[in-house]
Design a protein around this ligand. Structure first.
Ligand SMILES: [Cu+2]
Length: 168
């Protein structure tokens, strides 16, 4: 084997590794609950002593009637609420959606840092990066759905911190 062949082989190996990595990224978790499709639930590791964390995911309604995300459960948390974060007069404010979050037919709603999220309140133990935490989401029509959140590192990806402007 001459040097050129070795380099070519190494190049192929690197390509295969990259291809495998992107395939893994593309295969994020997706699950169906009735006509709802829930994709890629994730949360963030909590800094020491933090009692709250946000949960993020994408929900698509493939049905013909509206449904509502009204709450959920997470064993390490005392409560799970549906929240919305928005900028009001230059200040990030967070409020609880008392009536839940409506997902209209054909609509895809993304819960992400800086916007809609589920809020884990009263965490009894910290969430550790790299792990997962199981819980449920409760919908008005689809009922209770099991979800598993991947735990990303603290602050990733950079979004507004929870805590400020929180009236809990
Ligand atoms: Cu919140």
């Amino acid at each position: 084997m001459n040097l050129r062949n070795i380099l070519a082989c190494a190049g192929t190996a690197a390509f295969l590794v990259l291809a495998a990595a992107s395939a893994t990224l593309a295969q994020h978790s997706q699950q169906k609950a009735g006509t709802l499709v829930i994709e890629a639930p994730w949360t963030r590791a909590t800094p020491g002593g933090s009692k709250v964390a946000g949960g993020f995911l994408k929900i698509t309604n493939t049905g013909t009637t509206s449904d509502r995300l009204i709450g959920g459960t997470l064993p390490p948390a005392e409560a799970v609420e549906v929240h919305e974060m928005s900028m009001t007069d230059g200040i990030m404010k967070m409020r609880r959606l008392e009536k839940g979050l409506e997902i209209r037919p054909g609509q895809s709603v993304e819960l992400k840092p800086g916007g809609l999220h589920v809020m884990f309140m009263g965490l009894k133990e910290g969430l550790k990066a790299g792990g997962t935490v199981k819980g449920t989401l409760v919908f008005e029509k689809a009922g209770t759905v099991n979800v598993e959140y991947k735990i990303a590192p603290i602050g990733a990806p950079a979004g507004p911190k929870h805590g400020g402007g929180h009236g809990h």
